[in-house]
Ligand binder design. Structure first.
Ligand SMILES: Cc1ncc(COP(=O)(O)O)c(C=O)c1O
Length: 395
């Protein structure tokens, strides 16, 4: 996969020695810029925008997210709790929409208490969980039930990230949807895009709109999921607004978007340090950043993260992490200033889907988390991890 972002923006002038390595540094001004673009779409289109915690759940910024958006979407019990605890806003009125491919009954009881929308993956599961749903309502919980549909219209470039791949487990196939599946259901949810601009959304609606329209009378809302790269400079935002206004007037439904990446696009870097350099047919450098522990998408997607100030000429150096995994390779780079021990490096666009995926395989220490404001230059260490964090996850 190609990275679609990778603009250093204000990080072009950030001194990489200001923090202990390794470290995620997130620019609050860049986050606010992204959130204000999302809020502008919300206001112009009269829709609701929820931030997807799975992509970016740096909860020390929960109150900042709440300043701009209508709430958050969660992938299960833990994110729903985090959303309720940290993203509720000063009046406690921000929304939490939870979707999980399958709920455990004991988690669902708690999820129904703390979520505004609880979205199921199949009518079968809604029917099976009816006693839990009824009990929650009897106890005074107020929530809407939603159903995730699978549009069966693939727009994804990579099968792994395409919920419309053949035999996908994500969403109820739209060609099976009948009125009886929507009894007690207030909204439909779909999510089938990944880092995409407006046209794939438009094509998706063109493919499935006529199947949804017959059901809208019994519904309150329609959630278009995430995968919209709205804050990318080339995203067709005016077309999105026009499209949403049109769907709204055609269906009369409250529309939702739940972007994740777009909240944190180009808003954070991962800083590391070169620890050693060897020669094995080419220069190979070992860093205190691990692909497998700190940027697992580099291996999983796979993709090559952009490096801050990477040079265009000269000998490339293979960079890899300190773990024992032979494939713990970040990629081949022309390191600015040359790859020598002690050299600081930074990978761009690491605020989303990296911080949320870190792990301590091999006992590799977790990067610290720092908040910088590129407008005021204020820099705060939000979190430093220690041996205790590694140990507490094991027994
Ligand atoms: C249901 C759902 N909503 C929202 C998102 C957020 O997507 P993105 O971060 O690509 O905008 C995802 C991502 O996988 C998702 O599965």
């Amino acid at each position: 996969m190609e990275t679609k972002a990778g603009d250093p923006a204000a990080f072009a002038h950030f001194d990489l020695h200001r923090v202990a390595s390794p470290a995620f540094v997130v620019d609050e001004a860049a986050i606010r810029r992204n959130l204000s673009i999302l809020a502008d779409i919300r206001d112009r289109a009269g829709v609701k925008v929820l931030g997807a915690l799975k992509a970016f759940s740096m909860w020390s910024l929960g109150s900042v997210v709440a300043e701009y958006l209508d709430g958050v979407c969660a992938s299960g019990i833990y994110e729903a709790r985090l959303g309720r605890e940290e993203y509720a806003g000063p009046h406690g009125d921000k929304e939490v929409a939870t979707y999980c491919a399958a709920y455990k009954p004991e988690d669902l009881a708690e999820i129904l208490k703390i979520s505004d929308h609880v979205i199921f993956n199949s009518p079968g599961q809604i029917a099976r969980m009816r006693p839990v749903i009824d009990a929650a309502r009897a106890a005074g919980c107020v929530f809407d039930i939603g159903l995730r549909i699978n549009p069966l219209h693939a727009e994804g470039e990579v099968a792994k990230y395409d919920p419309c791949q053949p035999h996908s487990r994500l969403g109820f196939p739209i060609d099976q949807l009948r009125a009886e599946h929507l009894e007690g259901v207030s909204g439909l949810h779909m999510h089938s895009l990944c880092e995409q601009d407006f046209l794939p959304l438009q094509r998706t609606w063109a493919a499935i709109g006529s199947r949804i329209i017959p059901f809208v009378k019994s519904l309150k809302w329609l959630n278009f999921g995430g995968g919209h790269h709205i804050t990318r400079s080339d995203y067709q935002r005016d077309s999105l607004v026009e499209f949403l206004l049109e769907i709204k007037s055609k269906t009369g439904l409250q529309l939702y978007l739940e972007p994740g990446e777009a909240m944190a696009l180009d808003a954070g870097i991962l800083i590391g340090e070169i620890l050693d350099v060897i020669d094995n047919g080419m220069p190979v450098a070992i860093t205190d950043i691990s692909a497998t522990c700190h940027m697992p998408d580099v291996i999983e997607a796979p993709y090559r993260p952009a490096m801050l100030h990477e040079e265009t000429e000269g000998q490339p150096v293979r960079l890899g992490g300190p773990s024992c995994l032979a494939g713990d390779i970040i990629g081949d780079y022309r390191v600015p200033g040359g790859a020598t021990p002690g050299r600081r490096i930074a990978f761009l666009d690491q605020a989303h889907y990296s911080m949320v995926k870190t792990n301590t395989f091999n006992g590799v220490p977790l990067p610290g988390i720092w908040l910088w404001n590129s407008e005021t230059d204020e820099l705060k260490q939000i979190r430093q991890f220690s041996y205790g964090d590694f140990k507490s996850r094991l027994s």
